[in-house]
Design a protein around this ligand. Sequence first.
Ligand code: SF4
Length: 305
Amino acid sequence: MTTPSCSLCAGPAVYLDRVTGEHLCGVHLAARVEEVFRSTFRGPGGLSANERVAVAFSGGKDSSVLLHLLATVAAPELGLSLVALTIDEGIDRYREETVRAARALAARLGVEHRIVGFGDACGASLDDLVAGRAARACTICGILRRRLLQQAARDLGADRLATGHCLDDEAESIVMNWLRGDLYRSAGVRPAGGAGMVPRTKPLARLLEKEVVLYGILHDLAPTLPECPYARHALRSGVRGMVHRAEHRWPGTMARVVAGQVALENRLRGQLPPARFTTCPACGEPVLGESCRACALLGRALENH
Ligand code: SF4
């Protein structure tokens, strides 16, 4: 079978945009990824000149591409100061390798790198916290990881916390909110940030994961790493299969799901009571609603430990 040519030059294509039918070579795919990344970080909710940006950096493919693009494209253009944050949850036979990969890439890019361990910050590793109830691992991990990223970003004086969510993650999260019956998020009503919250930004949110991964392969940013042993229990794993099958059959599905959510959010803005942050009396962190899920989970988890 002959390799198709790039629609923009005579080079061999490495990527097919299934929505437009356009074939792209490595050079033009990389240029497309950087163009979409640039328009996102320069758009609403993006980055401003001279900000200090904390980057949620697991060492996996998406966050490696994010750190690379921030360090090589956004930081020189906007004069950003970057600090990469890796949360080590303490997951045996998984995190050691990804932390090693994260250290190596941060050093290669010359980016300041901090590692925060569940053991130090929460008193126990995730493996210990979820012993005997692996099905809860992703819920506990997600809540505690978000808390530690916020705390570390704030402690390091960051103006923004950048995460590597791509279009696939955004579409999956919307479908997960529907399946959970989460009124506020399903209605597209985002809570206003609370005092002490570092605003988040998602500079890869308009790129498909396959575009991000291919960009990573082309730039030697896609190490082969083990999969988290708890991933198969996550609701996201099931939703991911569903969303990807829909995207494969009807290209553009993920972008339409996200665009629908944005339209709903714009339509309902100001019509529903806003979700409000309060301060947790135990840890002093801003929390959504009356109770602090991190303290509740951690207290419960440690009691059972
Ligand atoms: Fe945490 Fe679940 Fe992700 Fe593993 S798959 S790192 S447990 S959220």
